[in-house]
Design a protein around this ligand. Structure first.
Ligand code: ZN
Length: 154
Protein backbone atom coordinates (compact mmCIF):
# COMPACT_ATOMS: atom_id res chain seq x y z
CA UNK A 1 0.00 0.00 0.00
CA UNK A 2 1.43 3.32 -1.08
CA UNK A 3 0.95 6.02 1.49
CA UNK A 4 1.09 9.69 0.70
CA UNK A 5 3.62 10.23 3.49
CA UNK A 6 6.13 7.95 1.77
CA UNK A 7 6.09 10.18 -1.26
CA UNK A 8 5.85 13.59 0.32
CA UNK A 9 9.29 15.11 0.06
CA UNK A 10 9.51 18.29 2.03
CA UNK A 11 12.22 19.71 -0.20
CA UNK A 12 9.74 19.35 -3.08
CA UNK A 13 6.44 20.26 -1.44
CA UNK A 14 5.74 23.06 1.01
CA UNK A 15 2.84 21.59 3.00
CA UNK A 16 2.42 24.64 5.21
CA UNK A 17 1.26 27.05 2.54
CA UNK A 18 -1.30 26.86 -0.24
CA UNK A 19 -1.68 28.80 -3.46
CA UNK A 20 -4.17 31.60 -2.95
CA UNK A 21 -6.11 31.33 -6.22
CA UNK A 22 -7.73 28.00 -7.11
CA UNK A 23 -7.41 26.28 -10.46
CA UNK A 24 -10.85 26.26 -12.06
CA UNK A 25 -12.28 23.84 -14.58
CA UNK A 26 -15.52 22.18 -15.62
CA UNK A 27 -16.63 18.58 -15.04
CA UNK A 28 -16.05 18.04 -18.75
CA UNK A 29 -12.40 19.10 -18.49
CA UNK A 30 -12.02 16.93 -15.38
CA UNK A 31 -13.36 13.86 -17.15
CA UNK A 32 -11.06 14.53 -20.12
CA UNK A 33 -8.06 14.60 -17.77
CA UNK A 34 -9.18 11.35 -16.16
CA UNK A 35 -9.79 9.67 -19.53
CA UNK A 36 -6.37 10.66 -20.87
CA UNK A 37 -4.69 9.35 -17.72
CA UNK A 38 -6.60 6.06 -17.89
CA UNK A 39 -6.04 5.58 -21.62
CA UNK A 40 -2.31 6.18 -21.18
CA UNK A 41 -1.94 3.81 -18.22
CA UNK A 42 0.62 2.42 -17.26
CA UNK A 43 2.51 5.30 -18.85
CA UNK A 44 2.54 8.96 -17.88
CA UNK A 45 0.49 11.19 -20.14
CA UNK A 46 1.13 14.90 -20.49
CA UNK A 47 -0.43 17.97 -22.06
CA UNK A 48 -1.07 21.68 -21.89
CA UNK A 49 -3.86 23.62 -20.21
CA UNK A 50 -5.33 26.71 -21.85
CA UNK A 51 -7.86 29.21 -20.60
CA UNK A 52 -8.08 32.55 -18.85
CA UNK A 53 -7.77 33.77 -15.26
CA UNK A 54 -6.89 30.35 -13.80
CA UNK A 55 -9.85 28.76 -15.55
CA UNK A 56 -8.98 25.90 -17.88
CA UNK A 57 -11.20 25.66 -20.93
CA UNK A 58 -9.08 23.55 -23.27
CA UNK A 59 -6.56 20.74 -23.08
CA UNK A 60 -3.90 19.81 -25.60
CA UNK A 61 -2.43 16.35 -25.06
CA UNK A 62 1.13 15.97 -26.38
CA UNK A 63 3.43 13.02 -26.83
CA UNK A 64 5.51 11.88 -23.87
CA UNK A 65 9.05 11.54 -25.20
CA UNK A 66 10.62 10.18 -22.02
CA UNK A 67 12.46 6.87 -22.23
CA UNK A 68 11.03 5.75 -18.89
CA UNK A 69 7.40 6.68 -19.56
CA UNK A 70 6.14 4.79 -16.49
CA UNK A 71 7.84 7.29 -14.23
CA UNK A 72 8.73 10.37 -16.30
CA UNK A 73 7.48 12.74 -18.88
CA UNK A 74 9.36 14.81 -21.38
CA UNK A 75 7.86 17.32 -23.78
CA UNK A 76 9.21 18.01 -27.26
CA UNK A 77 10.41 21.65 -27.35
CA UNK A 78 8.44 22.02 -30.59
CA UNK A 79 5.26 21.15 -28.70
CA UNK A 80 6.00 24.02 -26.30
CA UNK A 81 6.25 26.35 -29.28
CA UNK A 82 3.02 24.96 -30.75
CA UNK A 83 1.26 25.45 -27.42
CA UNK A 84 2.46 29.04 -27.14
CA UNK A 85 1.33 29.74 -30.70
CA UNK A 86 -2.01 28.07 -30.07
CA UNK A 87 -2.59 30.31 -27.06
CA UNK A 88 -1.72 33.46 -29.01
CA UNK A 89 -3.90 32.58 -31.99
CA UNK A 90 -6.90 31.65 -29.85
CA UNK A 91 -6.51 34.57 -27.46
CA UNK A 92 -6.00 32.17 -24.55
CA UNK A 93 -3.40 31.90 -21.84
CA UNK A 94 -1.13 28.92 -21.40
CA UNK A 95 -2.13 28.10 -17.83
CA UNK A 96 0.02 25.08 -17.17
CA UNK A 97 0.86 21.45 -17.81
CA UNK A 98 -1.00 18.36 -16.63
CA UNK A 99 0.54 14.93 -16.30
CA UNK A 100 -0.41 11.58 -14.80
CA UNK A 101 1.20 9.44 -12.12
CA UNK A 102 0.36 5.79 -12.90
CA UNK A 103 0.23 3.81 -9.64
CA UNK A 104 1.61 6.77 -7.71
CA UNK A 105 0.00 9.51 -5.63
CA UNK A 106 -0.89 12.92 -7.09
CA UNK A 107 2.14 14.47 -5.45
CA UNK A 108 4.99 16.10 -7.39
CA UNK A 109 8.35 14.32 -7.61
CA UNK A 110 11.84 15.79 -7.44
CA UNK A 111 11.93 15.55 -11.24
CA UNK A 112 8.69 17.50 -11.50
CA UNK A 113 10.31 20.21 -9.39
CA UNK A 114 13.37 20.36 -11.63
CA UNK A 115 11.30 21.12 -14.72
CA UNK A 116 8.57 23.29 -13.18
CA UNK A 117 8.26 26.99 -13.88
CA UNK A 118 6.67 29.66 -11.71
CA UNK A 119 3.23 30.89 -12.68
CA UNK A 120 2.18 27.58 -14.24
CA UNK A 121 -0.38 25.22 -12.70
CA UNK A 122 0.52 21.54 -12.54
CA UNK A 123 -2.45 19.24 -12.03
CA UNK A 124 -1.27 15.68 -11.42
CA UNK A 125 -3.71 12.87 -12.15
CA UNK A 126 -2.98 9.82 -10.02
CA UNK A 127 -4.37 6.71 -11.67
CA UNK A 128 -4.23 3.24 -10.16
CA UNK A 129 -4.53 -0.13 -11.89
CA UNK A 130 -7.89 -0.63 -10.14
CA UNK A 131 -9.23 2.55 -11.79
CA UNK A 132 -8.95 4.78 -8.73
CA UNK A 133 -8.20 8.37 -9.67
CA UNK A 134 -7.21 11.47 -7.76
CA UNK A 135 -6.23 14.91 -9.04
CA UNK A 136 -4.20 17.46 -7.10
CA UNK A 137 -2.92 20.72 -8.58
CA UNK A 138 0.36 22.43 -7.69
CA UNK A 139 2.27 25.60 -8.39
CA UNK A 140 5.91 26.42 -7.93
CA UNK A 141 6.60 29.21 -5.45
CA UNK A 142 9.89 30.04 -3.75
CA UNK A 143 11.51 26.89 -5.09
CA UNK A 144 8.91 24.40 -3.89
CA UNK A 145 5.46 23.21 -4.88
CA UNK A 146 2.44 24.45 -3.02
CA UNK A 147 -0.95 22.85 -3.46
CA UNK A 148 -3.49 24.77 -5.50
CA UNK A 149 -7.06 23.85 -4.74
CA UNK A 150 -9.31 22.92 -7.64
CA UNK A 151 -12.74 24.43 -8.15
CA UNK A 152 -15.13 22.54 -10.38
CA UNK A 153 -17.33 24.97 -12.26
CA UNK A 154 -20.14 24.21 -14.64
ZN1 ZN B 1 5.25 13.84 -11.94
Amino acid sequence: MITVENYLKHEVVNIHEKIEKPLIYSLKVESQLINYAKQGFPFEVVGFLFGRNNEVTELLPVENLAENKERRFEINPLDYLRAENYAIHHDLELIGIYHSHPDHPAIPSSTDLTFAQEGFSYPIISVQANGEVQINAWQLEEGRFKQQFITIKN
